[in-house]
Design a protein around this ligand. Structure first.
Ligand code: HEC
Length: 257
């Protein structure tokens, strides 16, 4: 900062007080209209903070969206609704409370698995998509020992439980070893329904290949036996999917934790 020895008065800026690296600075008052938008923003931020975050008397946009979808759904579940609910802290909290009383006995407090599978890893017996998780909770898997919850709890609570399970999905809490197929979001047009894949590729044992990722491989090596690691098939037969091939060996990488 250099004080000017001989002060200059600029035609537009007025009196020039400082020059920094050749940039001249005057000290004029801010216009009142500008100041009022500034003070207004400060006042609004206080209102906003208390209304949206402190007392939560107004739902945040994501929550409002979930609530409205729920009201308009007329009881129909859709992936959009479940995803929106999974972004709504209230729905997740309600689901978490229901989970603690009804599900934690078999899936453990944080979903790491006990009698029931680990709900936090990438591997799903019955599919990790929102609708798939919802349907598993609603209808159960009676032979495997997973009760159906649509009857005892009702549709809305099943949706809240789904929101909670979606919120812990892929958090990889160390616990029960992976079971089922690696499930990748959006990995297949059919929402990655792994149970359909064995029909499409009869030669591939359902527990050995992750159908959501390995679809090209299955098409090219349909007669691979269950012993063949999918990565071998990918590496040799399909160069472009070679990188994915490592990921398709379901029993290797996420065992560590
Ligand atoms: C009596 C034990 C038991 C209880 C209670 C239970 N589950 Fe399960 N759950 C299981 C078993 C066993 C499976 C595996 C089902 C299979 O192999 O098809 C399972 C599977 C699941 C799956 C699918 C997992 C996958 O890998 O595809 C989800 C999601 C799930 N349970 C959620 C819940 C929720 C939410 C609740 C509470 C409302 C709950 N479970 C209560 C035993 C239980």
């Amino acid at each position: 900062m250099a004080e000017l020895k001989d002060k200059r008065v600029d035609e537009i800026q007025g009196e020039i007080l400082h020059v920094y690296d050749g940039i001249e600075e005057a000290d004029n008052e801010l216009p009142n209209w500008w100041l009022w938008t500034f003070y207004g923003a400060i006042v609004f931020s206080v209102f906003y903070w208390f209304a949206y975050h402190e007392f939560e008397s107004v739902p945040l946009p994501g929550e409002a969206y979930a609530i409205e979808l729920q009201q308009r759904s007329g009881g129909e579940v859709s992936e959009e609704l479940l995803v929106a609910m999974a972004g709504n802290p209230d729905a997740i909290a309600a689901g978490q409370a229901l989970y603690a009383t009804n599900c934690a006995i078999c899936h453990k407090e944080r979903g790491e698995g006990n009698i029931g599978p680990n709900l936090t890893d990438e591997f799903w017996i019955r599919g990790g998509g929102p609708i798939q998780i919802h349907d598993t909770i609603a209808n159960g898997s009676l032979q495997a020992g997973m009760p159906a919850w649509a009857g005892p709890l009702g549709a809305e609570k099943v949706q809240q439980l789904t929101a909670f399970v979606l919120s812990i999905r892929d958090t990889n809490v160390a616990g029960k070893e992976p079971q089922g197929e690696r499930w990748v979001p959006g990995g297949a047009p059919s929402d990655g329904a792994p149970t359909d894949a064995p029909e499409a590729a009869p030669g591939v044992a359902p527990t050995e290949a992750a159908p959501t990722e390995a679809a090209p491989t299955e098409a090219q090596a349909p007669t691979e036996g269950p012993e063949a690691a999918p990565s071998e098939a990918t590496g040799e037969e399909a160069a472009p999917t070679g990188a994915l091939g490592e990921g398709t060996a379901p029993n290797e990488d996420s065992l560590g934790g």
